[in-house]
Ligand binder design. Structure first.
Ligand code: FMN
Length: 393
């Protein structure tokens, strides 16, 4: 951890502070890659608006002094310090050299799950073994198609991942209009050659340039390295091509269930119908998610999708949700509405971009402290009690 990161981390009191610091540090294409959504960004804005529209119904006179609320929990038999998980985000090494390794360390320190994106600048082994404590989950995209997916599942299994998260909402990347203006300067293409195209955007962001230089411009797709098809090695570009050509289907979920011994989670569902299907195929849990409004725009927002899924499969499977969570109060609202846990997406990578691992630690602490405070203000003594009508319907 360097001094500049520690100084920035101390400036983060809210996730919005992390957003401002990230915007200052990152070249515009990288910031917009994180901050933007698909199409007119309707679903992305709706996610936030829905959390802001929640009205709590506190019950006063039940809190017992200022003791810290019990928010530790068990998810799939694993002990977590809180029902707030660090969700999968791609290309984090282009945001800060700490990348997923920083996220994993911060999550482990906080006693919670780190879910590692397939689209990482750090390989499975390095991140899985990068910290002690706090479960390591792997998010599966079909890099290299079905053959590549099989190899990634095998690597995750060997590295000790306790859960595999299969994301279904990305048969192709969403139409992120903000990214279009930068064409080949997108984060995915940052390398020595595209740096020339990035140059106009990098001016004015010396800390990012210094960090990227120190990291030897290592912004590749680390998990694509070493993948093979029909026994022959494939390039990163080929692995991406097959990712698009052979996206996972429900048949693949069935097939993965047969080979994966650990917890299986399906991510990216916004309907009760799909959640039921995931459960029927043997998934242990679902992540209700519109991908932070980055995939199909104008789908239901996180809380509407959560309501539909809770209606369909509540009480019969583990339900997690993400999309728009920036405060502990947002996490509390989702838990009140039937989620077993929530995941952070942009919130943690704003922290990472602002201050590396130290920034992620700050964001996790801020969300945790606010969740505890919200429970105290609501008069809920346990996570279980949050289900008892603390939100206006
Ligand atoms: C920059 C960025 C990259 C992402 N990459 C992935 C990914 O590789 N795999 C995945 O399943 N979800 C990915 N997501 C979606 C997140 O896991 C999560 O669903 C979403 O960010 C939640 O919304 P929020 O950012 O408003 O909290 C990404 C999100 C962002 C912002």
């Amino acid at each position: 951890m360097n001094k500049a990161d520690l100084r920035n981390a101390m400036k983060i009191q809210t996730v919005n502070d992390a957003v401002r610091l990230a915007q200052h540090r990152l070249p515009r294409p990288v910031f917009d890659y994180i901050d933007g959504g698909a199409g007119a960004e309707v679903s992305m804005k709706d996610n936030r608006a829905a959390f802001e529209a929640v009205r709590f119904l506190p019950r006063f006179g039940t809190t017992v002094g200022i003791e810290r609320r019990e928010i530790s929990t068990q998810l799939f038999g694993e002990d977590l310090s809180m029902p707030v998980l660090v969700g999968p985000v791609g290309f984090t090494r282009s945001m800060h050299p700490d990348g997923d390794l920083g996220g994993r360390r911060a999550a482990a320190k906080a006693g919670t799950v780190f879910c590692h994106s397939s689209m990482s600048g750090h390989p499975i082994d390095e991140v899985a073994h990068g910290a002690e404590g706090g479960p390591y989950w792997f998010q599966l995209y079909f890099l290299g198609g079905r053959q590549g997916a099989e190899q990634l599942v095998d690597r995750a299994q060997r590295a000790g991942a306790t859960a595999l998260v299969v994301t279904l909402d990305t048969p192709v990347p969403g139409n992120r209009e903000r990214d279009l203006q930068y064409s080949s300067a997108l984060p995915i293409r940052i390398n020595r050659h595209t740096m020339t195209k990035m140059a106009p955007y990098v001016v004015g962001h010396p800390r990012w340039l210094f960090n990227t230089f120190r990291d030897h411009f290592t912004l590749n797709l680390a998990n694509a390295v070493g993948l093979t098809r029909d026994g022959k090695p494939i390039s990163e570009d080929e692995s991406l091509l097959h990712w698009i050509v052979e996206p996972p289907t429900w048949d693949d979920v069935k097939w993965i269930r047969e080979q994966w011994r650990g917890t299986l989670i399906v991510k990216g569902l916004v309907t009760g119908e799909d959640a039921r299907r995931a459960r029927e195929l043997g998934a242990d849990g679902v992540i209700v998610s519109n991908h932070g409004g980055r995939q199909l725009d104008q789908v239901p927002h996180s809380l509407a999708a959560l309501a539909d899924v809770v209606d369909a499969v509540g009480g019969t499977t583990t339900i997690m949700v993400d999309g728009g969570i920036r405060r502990g109060a947002d996490a509390a609202a989702a838990l009140c509405l039937g989620a077993d846990a929530v995941l952070l997406g942009r919130s943690w990578v704003y922290g990472l971009s602002a201050a590396g691992e130290a920034g992620v630690t700050r964001v996790l602490d801020i969300v945790k402290t606010d969740l505890i405070r919200t429970m105290q203000l609501l008069g809920a003594r346990t996570l279980g009690e949050l289900r008892d009508g603390f939100v206006q319907s």
